[in-house]
Design a protein around this ligand. Structure first.
Ligand SMILES: [Zn+2]
Length: 403
């Protein structure tokens, strides 16, 4: 009897082992690196081909290659660094994906090709000519919009940041809606709405399904000389009955509520999806002086306007602008806010978030809040500033006694 149970257990273990072997369809048998001058070549000797994906990241510059259903033969070690390659690392990702990280001395283009190897398939990664800085390349060159007035007054630039993307889907609704898709749709609608407004111009930090580090989102906004940064999200929460929008700005002195802190922790973890360690630099190191206090103050007034405009679209979760330590809002020079447009975890809101009418309504509200902010706080050299000056001049004429 005991023997029988033991045998049954043994068979179960054997079947599990077979299942594991099937999950890892290919196996890495060896890896070699050759480098010369500004280029390098990494060759992966595999038993079979896999549908690889390639990701380029910076700080430090590195190439990340994911090979689904791929294992690593016992004893296979990463090659020693050489030339432009400062390190090669392996990592195991969920669902049996093998991750190969190639750290580089500087940004390089990467090209992958499959060939037949000695006993299986060979994946060659060619690292060549330095890349154009990603931040510059991604931001449209024509920052000066078509409706920029001819008198030298520039448009205000709004950086619209669609939260999540690529390997990071963000929150996922019960109906399968992914936050990264909803945020991109709303961000596009918002950019369109902003561009329709004279004197305003929008730039998107991403306009496709790609992974961007939180710091790079700020860098792209800076490269576009943005006057305001808006990160668009659609959070989820365990309690599916919770709904409504909320607007957040950066806090240097801790979160305004426990819920705000939990949310910031979750949004900050986005970088983890791309294999980037969590940002743990103290906020105080980035934001210290009075000028930066002022930026947060400006962020808060912009956020308040956006929030009251959103009240017209639907309910508001919290009647006040919330504060927490969001990494994506850590820009020392650009007023920034994060808009949680709705709860994707709420089935009703998930359905609405998918509709282009609702996306347009949200975009319209955010844009009108942004417009109100620029009327009150026009950046120097902009049409808004010019208009404000003429408004002030005419009111001074109307009341000559006022200083
Ligand atoms: Zn999010």
């Amino acid at each position: 009897m005991i023997k029988k149970v033991f045998r049954r257990g043994f068979i179960a273990a054997l079947m599990a082992a077979v299942a594991l072997t099937q999950a890892a369809a290919a196996e890495l048998r060896g890896i070699a690196l050759t480098a010369s001058g500004d280029s390098a070549r990494l060759t992966l000797d595999l038993t079979d081909a896999a549908k690889q994906s390639l990701l380029t990241l910076d700080h430090p510059d590195r190439i990340v290659i994911d090979l689904p259903h791929t294992g690593r033969m016992h004893g296979v070690r990463p090659p020693a660094p050489a030339g432009v390659v400062t390190a090669v690392r392996f990592g195991s990702q969920p669902y049996g994906t093998l991750r190969v990280v190639i750290e580089l001395r500087s940004a390089l283009s990467a090209h992958v090709s499959w060939g037949s190897g000695a006993r299986g398939r060979e994946l060659t990664v060619t690292l060549g000519e330095p890349m154009v800085a990603v931040a510059q390349a991604a931001v449209p060159k024509a920052v000066r919009a078509v409706h920029a007035p001819g008198d030298g007054e520039r448009d205000v630039i709004v950086a619209v940041d669609a939260g999540h993307g690529g390997v990071d889907p963000g929150a996922i609704g019960r109906g399968g809606t992914r936050e990264k898709d909803v945020t991109l749709a709303i961000a596009r609608a918002l950019a369109e709405r902003i561009n329709a407004e004279p004197g305003m111009h929008a730039v998107l930090t991403r306009n496709r399904d790609e992974f961007i580090e939180l710091r790079d989102r700020i860098a792209r906004a800076r490269a576009a000389h943005a006057d305001l940064f808006i990160s668009v999200h659609a959070d989820s929460i365990r309690d599916r009955t919770v709904s409504g929008a909320s607007v957040y700005v950066l806090s240097v002195h801790g979160a305004s509520s426990e819920a705000a802190k939990v949310l910031a922790d979750r949004e900050n973890a986005a970088d983890l999806m791309g294999g980037i360690p969590l940002d743990d630099s103290p906020l105080g190191a980035v934001l210290v002086d009075a000028a930066q206090d002022q930026i947060i103050g400006m962020s808060a007034s912009a956020a308040e306007r956006v929030m009251s405009a959103l009240e017209g679209v639907g309910e508001i979760r919290k009647a006040q602008v919330q504060r927490a330590g969001f990494v994506v809002l850590k820009s020392p020079a650009i007023p920034s806010m994060l808009v949680e447009t709705a709860y994707i975890s709420n089935p009703g809101e998930e359905r609405r978030l998918r509709s282009s009418e609702q996306q347009a309504r949200l975009a319209e509200a955010i844009a009108s809040g942004v417009h109100g902010y620029f009327v009150q706080y026009p950046p120097d050299g902009t049409r808004f500033k010019q208009e404000r000056r003429s408004t002030l001049a005419s009111s001074a004429e109307a009341a000559p006694g006022t200083p």
